[in-house]
Design a protein around this ligand. Structure first.
Ligand SMILES: NC(=O)c1ccc[n+]([C@@H]2O[C@H](COP(=O)([O-])OP(=O)(O)OC[C@H]3O[C@@H](n4cnc5c(N)ncnc54)[C@H](O)[C@@H]3O)[C@@H](O)[C@H]2O)c1
Length: 438
């Protein structure tokens, strides 16, 4: 539903500094920070960032109004971003960047002191949830309520020391072991009691979300584990008037799936099976090598096709699909993942055809601009007085969190339309429907 054109949403100006905090200062976070530093130091274009590079059409085609999104909506400027984070292993963003090896040393040299200055705060970490990592830089507190309070103190200290006007948090930490929501996640009261009782079902990432929301800081979850998508967090976000969004950055193979599946469906071509396998050698790959952590990722990746293809509406085309996803830890490849897709489709009179994809991608290169856009758009949402689940940002996420009863849209192109129309609506412009009249 769109507001009347004459009623734009009131958006507070993006004055002062915006602190971007990442729990997890690994490959994705360090690549994101390095790219922003280079963009503002020497104008390296922030490729892949829709907020920085994309234009948005306004009005009718013949009007010729097509500004950059960043000139249309009042986003924080890259010059006003300040970075921070928590990590149980990486001491700072420079070490993280060097360890993960995504960027060449020549791309780091001119920004090395700034990266080194992004020092990781001690993490709330529990090996029970990430068995492959041995955290050293961890808060020396055993009670989960105390851990939440300590994170809130970190957030406040960061805000004051860096003279930030506003903060956002984007989870770039490891994927936690698979878990179903339980009674402790039902309400804010139950969760708070669970923190005090050290309830086993509360994972570290959930403690970060709680601390963020209580501090009035928007939170985006880039990993597939349960955190913002718990009933207690949705409730808390609404109570505190803070935006949340999740989950799992849409990169690599799933990005390809959300590009290709809508195309097959648009042409009413059938799908019999989709076999996806990856080799990946970074720390993320190592964490996902543990079956309990891979299960969390698998659930997030498997949901995509079902929502796009709607087998219940199209049983003849999509009622019998074998969808398999594998991730294999293979150290020689580092962050440079290779993903293969074998796609079995069928067309006229049921004749089978095959599509093969071999995507030699770079995970963190695809994820970094998503971190930037989520940070900027979540800050915009907060200044626009929005709270709760920001479904309009589904574009960036593998398993988007729905704001209501219906599942969130998975088709990348519908997501893009929804995102742009939300921005138009907030700024008092008509939605673009691509009808004959428009
Ligand atoms: N790169 C991609 O394309 C992509 C896509 C979707 C999702 N993700 C997810 O993003 C996350 C980050 O990916 P990455 O490649 O940077 O992984 P990474 O292993 O390089 O970095 C993750 C960092 O999180 C830290 N960490 C673990 N538990 C923590 C905690 N409790 N608090 C603070 N820090 C903690 C680890 O020490 C590590 O340095 C992973 O969960 C990954 O699954 C990545």
């Amino acid at each position: 539903m769109f507001l009347n054109m004459a009623e734009p949403v009131q958006i507070a100006p993006a004055t002062g500094k915006l602190g971007v905090l990442t729990p997890g200062l690994g490959a994705v976070a360090s690549t994101f920070i390095a790219g922003v530093l280079r963009a503002r130091q020497d104008g390296t274009p922030p490729l892949g960032s829709v907020s920085q590079m994309a234009h948005i059409r306004l009005g009718r085609r013949e009007d010729g109004r097509n500004p950059l999104i960043r000139d249309f909506v009042p986003l924080a400027s890259l010059d006003d971003l300040v970075f921070g984070g928590w990590d149980p292993i990486s001491p700072n963003a420079l070490e993280a960047a060097r360890t993960c090896g995504v960027l060449d040393e020549r791309d780091l040299v001119s920004i090395s002191s700034q990266l080194e200055g992004v020092v990781a705060m001690d993490a709330v970490f529990d090996q029970r949830w990430v068995s492959r990592l041995d955290g050293q830089r961890v808060k020396n507190l055993t009670n989960k309520w105390d851990q939440a309070m300590a994170l809130m103190e970190d957030i406040e200290r960061f805000r004051v020391e860096n003279d930030c006007d506003r903060l956002v948090i984007v989870w770039c930490g490891s994927t936690e072991a698979f878990q179903e929501a339980s009674a402790v996640h039902e309400t804010v009261e139950a969760f708070e009691q669970g923190l005090k009782d050290n309830d086993d079902n509360i994972s570290p990432s959930q403690i970060y979300v709680y601390a963020a929301l209580q501090s009035g800081v928007p939170f985006a979850n880039g990993a597939p584990n349960l955190s913002t998508d718990l009933p207690c967090m949705v409730q808390l976000a609404q109570q505190r008037g803070v935006p949340i969004v999740g989950k799992d950055f849409k990169t690599g193979q799933t990005l390809m799936k959300t590009l290709i599946a809508p195309g097959l469906k648009a042409r009413m071509l059938g799908l019999r099976g989709w076999y996806s396998t990856n080799i990946l050698g970074n720390r993320d790959g190592e964490v996902l090598d543990a079956p309990e952590n891979f299960k969390t990722k698998e659930e997030s990746k498997l949901g995509v096709l079902h929502t796009i293809l709607q087998p219940e509406v199209y049983p003849t085309l999509y009622g019998n699909i074998d969808h398999v996803v594998r991730i294999n830890y293979y150290p020689p490849r580092g962050d440079n993942k290779e993903g293969w897709d074998a796609i079995d489709i069928f067309g006229w009179m049921g004749y089978p055809m095959q599509i093969k994809i071999d995507f030699l991608c770079r995970d963190s290169i695809l994820a970094a601009p998503i971190v930037l856009d989520l940070a900027l758009f979540m800050d915009l949402a907060a200044r626009a007085g929005q709270s709760g689940v920001q479904e309009w940002l589904s574009f960036y996420l593998k398993a988007p969190q729905a704001a209501g009863e219906h599942p969130a849209e998975q088709d990348l192109f519908i997501q893009q339309t929804k995102m742009k129309n939300t921005l138009r609506q907030w700024m008092g412009e008509e939605p673009v429907t691509h009808s004959e009249a428009g």
